[in-house]
Design a binder for this molecule. Structure first.
Ligand code: AMP
Length: 215
């Protein structure tokens, strides 16, 4: 299954993609994770991207497109994948569609998680990540056993710099002004499914996995 997850920040795209990877073995490609890894390593892409990311703005299309297509080409993408956080603009979507068509691995399904503002703010302001392994937690919904310490690897937890109310506002505006158009783009192609992003992760996963398994 070749799948794209679309939704505002905090819709649960990353959580669902990790569940699909852990339970069904579907390769998870997250633009945000790959960019943050590059920033951490001090790699050239990370240096170009970090100021945009801190402000909650989109990293320029050409940087992100090249990075993601390289990743797809160098992974076992013919066995299926889930894209999380990419594409985020119509330009990215068109470039990706052309490249995946050439590779004979076009996108089969796009799921849009419609999510209310209340859920978004609650999830993002309470989100914590592990500095070492990147595992995701939430101070209320998914706390670690020991505060501030990752259950999986014992690493230290941190809050993303862009998970503050001001930057969340910018990220939401960008979603509404640039990313939301993708919903009609994929609906016109007949491959869009819409689901609520407000529901608990397990409920969303059950529906999502049901769709993914029958394909
Ligand atoms: P995320 O982890 O998906 O919330 O992404 C974090 C940040 O990485 C975003 O706010 C952008 O600055 C950048 N980013 C992630 N994906 C993309 C993309 N497809 N296009 C441009 N910038 C992106």
């Amino acid at each position: 299954m070749r799948l794209v997850l679309i939704g505002p920040p905090g819709a649960g795209k990353g959580t669902q993609a990790v569940m699909l990877f852990e339970r069904l073995g579907i390769l998870h490609l997250s633009t945000g994770d790959i960019l943050r890894e590059n920033v951490k390593k001090g790699a050239p892409i990370g240096k170009k991207a970090s100021s945009f990311m801190e402000k909650g703005e989109l990293v320029p299309d050409d940087i992100v497109i090249e990075m993601m297509l390289d990743k797809v080409r160098s992974s076992n993408a013919d066995k299926g994948f889930v894209l999380d956080g990419f594409p985020r603009t119509i330009y990215q979507a068109k470039k990706m569609d052309e490249a995946l068509k050439d590779l004979k691995i076009p996108i089969e399904l796009v799921v849009y998680f419609e999510t209310t503002l209340k859920t978004i703010i609650f999830r993002l302001t309470g989100r914590r990540l592990c500095k070492e392994c990147g595992a995701n937690y939430h101070i209320v919904n998914m706390p670690t056993k020991k505060p501030g310490v990752c259950d999986k690897c014992g690493g230290e937890l941190y809050q993303r710099k862009d998970d503050n109310e001001e930057t969340i506002k910018t990220r939401l505006e960008i979603f509404n002004n640039q990313t939301k158009e993708l919903i009609d783009y994929y609906r016109d192609k007949g491959i869009l499914r819409e689901m609520s992003g407000d529901l608990d992760a397990d409920v969303v996963y059950k529906e999502l996995a049901g769709i993914v398994r029958v394909r």
